[in-house]
Design a protein around this ligand. Sequence first.
Ligand SMILES: *Cc1c(COP(=O)(O)O)cnc(C)c1O
Length: 487
Amino acid sequence: MDISGICITRQSTLRDALDMLDRGGLGVILLVSGNRQFERTVTDGDLRRLLLEGASLDQTLAIISERRSIVVPENRTRRDALELMQKHTIDHLPVVDGSGRVVDLVERRGIDDQILLSTPHMGDAERDFVDEAFRTNWIAPLGPNVDAFEHELAEMVGAGHAVALSSGTAAIHLALVLLDVGPGDVVFCSSLTFAASVNPIAYQGGEPVLIDSEPESWNMSPAALERALEDARRKGKLPKAVIVVNLYGQSADMDPIAALCERYGVTLVEDAAESLGAKYKGRASGTFGRIGIYSFNGNKIITTSGGGMLVTEEKAFADRARFLATQARDPAPHYQHSTIGYNYRMSNILAGVGRGQLKVLEQRVEARREVYRRYCAAFAGVAWLEMMPEPDWSFSTHWISACTIARDSRIDAAAMIQRLSAEFIEARPVWKPMQLQPVFAQCAYFPHGNQSVSEDLFNRGICLPSGSNMSTEQIERVAETVLKIGQ
Ligand SMILES: *Cc1c(COP(=O)(O)O)cnc(C)c1O
């Protein structure tokens, strides 16, 4: 902020001070000596008291008492500053340099601007679809928004069929039910992912086998997958399915992975919860498996507050998924069930939100890619920080802009995340790999090579704020703060 308009000296009159307060509009001005040495703050209240005590408007500020002010030295964090302001119930803090000259005045609302990792970003149409559902009393699950959302999403990604569900996790679970995964069955899954990719294997009593990442895309390593498949073949126990995860908006290297699955006769399931809108060699992420799934959880690139979608080319799968997701009711006039069902369908209200969000998906993708591009530019000359790579076959949405900190750098990822938090910037570690999770520690794990890539990414990785609703100033504040902390 330009502070020349709010700095005043003891030679000025009370009238000058009131005038300056009025023009500044902040409710506070700064009393400084000749070369802008900071002395104290002066508020409306201070001047009012002087006048009530009998001072005249033409007297100078020489009469104002000395007072120690709350000052934030520049090396303090935003959190320190905010705590001070809350403690003393003040809205403005002068900042002084090493020689006591005032250089800035920070406002409370400028300080407590929290930059979050990824927040929902609604468009203009969501409310209309939801209102329509209210107007027509289609509040129940199912209804026209559900059907339309399914059609619109299927069309957008080029899938034959889409089934709207209550969550991405439900979609993965139903995929495994459709593929008849049962107790004792082996299912392979990417190890560097969110637990929701693997949990449904356990719901079915299956046995997860975890496959490491490759450094090029951070996604499933074809080399590790091949060793795992060969090992399984030798043991005579091939997996029922391979769940390949597309991390942070980027597709895995599908050609070699699909070729391996084909060679071993294993079904591919694609967990595209994080990669709606991404492409692999021009084709929509999520359409490479026999079944693919998307998530519309609150932090994903588009959201219905909670929801998921299952996509497939096979009508029989889609029909079966709808049947199982609505409690598996047999076509009979009475309530009859010959199989175990689930309550996994998306509601007509939430599908309305989804239809609106789908209309702005492309814009959201472009905005997130722009966040990534700005980070790349800001960190271009920096040796100790590397952005998540984007191979030439990938069109990533950069749902999350992730990076790694070099092993020999001044600060590690965990400390960086903590320091960013003190500056009100929400950064997170990269997913903790499943083989390191207590609940999956006993699962077989196939690393990429001699090195466990997922563990290395976990140790060195940081997810930076990536929301499509971030302002340019916020992106720059993140980049500058990262550089300041790490340099
Ligand atoms: C979010 C997510 C899920 C689960 O989706 P929900 O809709 O939250 O159930 C599954 N897999 C991955 C990789 C995810 O990021």
